[in-house]
Design a protein around this ligand. Structure first.
Ligand code: NDP
Length: 296
């Protein structure tokens, strides 16, 4: 028996559809949700991400601005840009595309973003609210993973979830969300990382396995149990002379060897990626609603 594919595009479409009446209700109040993306430098992956976020906004009728600055932008100027976006009533969501050039202090920039405009959900205020189970704006990828599970009626309650990777943007917040005493949570969560011993022993215990490592083929079929649900967050470029671009995208999971054992699996691309952008749009609409509520 092969695994059922988790179709991130389909789930993203249903999320975008669910946003339409909320956008219409805001329009009745004269509010168009607005997202500003700040892009420093010309990292090709960042340029692609920012362009697709702006395109996704346009398609849904949201306002978007991309602020492009050279690699040499001083920290004080970046902080000033964020401060002015905080004050800009047309902008409800602000994101500063990472990675930033080395001379820039990412945490200081995140701390400058008004928490109610922090659509990436990276501000320590929002991280703290998430941890104590009082979510404000949630980080897009981990929240999107919960939405993928929900769409396929895979309730993590009571299950062994293993997350490989402990970054501040994926592994840690996902662990925090899944361990909450709430709907689509209540999981028993294990977080593994590069210092974990006997990784395969840990991953074989998983009923739901999330790979957020950033290294191709870290998880193969021998490392998982029959019936596991696999969420592959990784996006890695591997050389492929047969492709026009000279590379193709693969996840952190060896898809072929896991396919037969898993009950559900996300493909790369087409799994977690599309849902991340949909959740960013969702956060922008939520931020606009919060702002409209404060004004009434
Ligand atoms: P980071 O590099 O920040 O974190 C990687 C994590 O993997 C670290 O915790 C690291 O451990 C751990 N790790 C590295 N090697 C191993 C190993 N051999 N065994 C076990 N653990 C290991 O990555 P991110 O979380 O930012 O991203 C992970 C992947 O997800 C990337 O491919 C990224 O491109 C992708 N991504 C995709 C998104 C999407 O929308 N589809 C969104 C965000 C990320 P340690 O902490 O010890 O160093």
């Amino acid at each position: 028996m092969g695994a059922q594919l988790i179709d991130g595009k389909e789930v993203a479409k249903s999320i975008r559809k669910s946003l339409k009446p909320r956008i219409a209700a805001l329009a009745d109040k004269g509010v168009v949700p607005g997202l500003a993306a700040v892009l420093v430098g010309e990292n090709p992956a960042s340029v692609t991400y920012v362009n697709s976020k702006a395109r996704a906004c346009d398609k849904l009728g949201l306002y978007s601005e991309v602020i492009r600055k050279p690699e040499t932008l001083p920290q004080t100027d970046l902080v000033e840009i964020v401060r002015s976006l905080n004050e800009n009533p047309k902008i409800h969501g602000i994101l500063v595309q990472s990675p930033l050039p080395e001379h820039l202090d990412e945490l200081a920039v995140t701390l400058t973003i008004a928490p109610d405009k922090d659509v990436d959900g990276f501000h320590p205020y929002n991280v703290g609210m998430m941890f104590i189970g009082r979510p404000n704006l949630l980080p897009a990828t981990p929240h999107g993973i919960i939405k993928l599970l929900e769409y396929y009626q895979i309730d993590p309650a009571g299950r062994q979830v293993v997350i490989v990777g402990r970054s501040n943007i994926v592994g840690k917040p996902l662990a925090a969300l899944l361990m909450q005493k709430s709907k689509m949570a209540n999981a028993t969560v294990t977080v593994a990382h590069s210092r974990s011993r006997n990784l395969a022993d840990i991953t074989r215990r998983a009923e739901i396995l999330v790979a957020a490592v950033g290294r191709p083929q870290t998880i193969d079929g021998d490392m998982v149990s029959e019936g596991v649900v696999i969420i592959d967050v990784g996006v890695n470029r591997v050389d492929d002379p047969d492709r026009e671009k000279g590379y193709r995208l693969v996840g952190d999971v060896d898809f072929e060897s896991c396919l037969e054992k898993a009950s559900y699996i996300t493909p790369v691309p087409g799994g977690v990626g599309p849902i991340t952008i949909a959740m960013l749009l969702s956060n922008t609409v939520t931020a606009a609603e919060l702002s409209a509520k404060r004004r009434t």
